[in-house]
Design a protein around this ligand. Structure first.
Ligand SMILES: [Mg+2]
Length: 323
């Protein structure tokens, strides 16, 4: 079979991948998709590219990779409080490997159908393995969760636990002592790295409550740093309050805290909210998020450790940094 017909087969295959939405007037198969936009909301758009050996290992489970390729984009929509609707996919493959493709698309379709997002267009080319997905969602322009709304006195929260994905990455790179974890810990941590959960429901519930939000892709220090910079404020973080999983706590506390502060890929949300929403947040999110600090006039991030204050330098993962 020629490459051309193989690749058109893939396109035909992806056409049937996700459930149909009523607001897709014309989906895959024409020059453009035609999409019905709600009148009172605006389009929220984000794109992410995952490249083999940069963002994922060659031997990663293709089903997980399909999941993660979409999850990272949906996480951006969650961080804006947007409702997800559609996505487009640009897939570059070195060869057509049917088993790989089937598993990849299964992982992708499962997550897409869970949140009722439809694949509305795509492109497939031959080359080094990379996956680009652009997601589309809608949000009230007055209420979208931006990075620039944090005010002095606002409380700082994060969802779930931090540092798990970072620990899994270090385990895979043999930078952590393997004996710290049993097989169940390793499975849990690996899943947190390979199959992040976009916090879409939480993000939408934060509309009208949060003053600023971001998803943690590059580490808490780096991503909270973006909120601080855009909002022209500082923060104090209580290290003792960082939410750490039971698996991560099998490491030395200092190492677990370091991963929670600086390692990326957790795709949890970090948000700020005025203190008068405290009770509402505790009631609404019961255990799904943790208050870790407060917005201040400090310069950047100051951490509270054993009742002492320590200023942190921004050391989050930077894709273009040589250090
Ligand atoms: Mg983001």
């Amino acid at each position: 079979m020629s490459d051309l017909s193989e690749f058109s087969l893939i396109q035909h295959y992806f056409e049937q991948l996700t459930a149909k939405r009523d607001d897709v007037l014309l989906g895959i198969g024409d020059d453009c998709a035609l999409l019905q936009c709600p009148e009172d909301e605006v389009l929220a758009v984000s794109i992410d590219t995952l490249v083999e050996n940069v963002h994922f290992f060659s031997d990663v489970d293709p089903e997980s990779l399909g999941h993660k390729s979409l999850a990272v984009g949906l996480s951006d929509l969650a961080a804006m409080g947007a409702k997800p609707k559609w996505f487009t996919l640009a897939l570059t493959l070195p060869e057509v490997h049917e088993v790989w493709l089937k598993k990849f698309s299964q992982g992708l379709a499962k997550l897409a159908n869970e949140f009722k997002v439809q694949l509305v267009g795509g492109d497939t080319t031959k080359g080094p393995l990379s996956i680009s997905i652009q997601v589309h969602g809608f949000v009230d322009p007055e209420k979208a969760l931006r990075r620039d709304g944090a005010q002095v006195g606002d409380l700082i929260y994060v969802t779930n636990t931090l540092g798990d994905a970072g620990a899994a990455l270090k385990l895979a790179q043999s930078e952590l002592v393997n004996e710290s974890f049993d097989n169940e810990d390793k499975r849990y941590l690996t899943r947190r790295l390979e199959c992040p959960t976009p916090r879409l429901n939480l993000g939408q519930k934060l509309i009208g409550i949060a003053s600023a939000a971001i998803d943690i892709s590059d580490g808490l220090v780096a991503d909270l740093g973006h909120i601080l910079e855009k909002s022209s404020v500082g923060s104090r973080i209580d290290l003792a309050r960082l939410p750490l999983s039971a698996s991560l706590l099998k490491l030395e506390r200092a190492e677990a805290e370091h991963l929670a502060l600086y390692s990326g890929d957790d795709y949890e949300l970090c948000f700020t909210a005025p203190a008068n929403h405290y009770t509402e947040i505790e009631d609404m999110f019961q255990g799904q998020c943790t208050r870790i600090g407060v917005i201040t006039n400090d310069d950047g991030i100051v951490v509270i450790e054993n009742d002492k204050l320590k200023s942190l330098k921004n050391k989050g993962y930077d894709h273009f940094s040589n250090s």
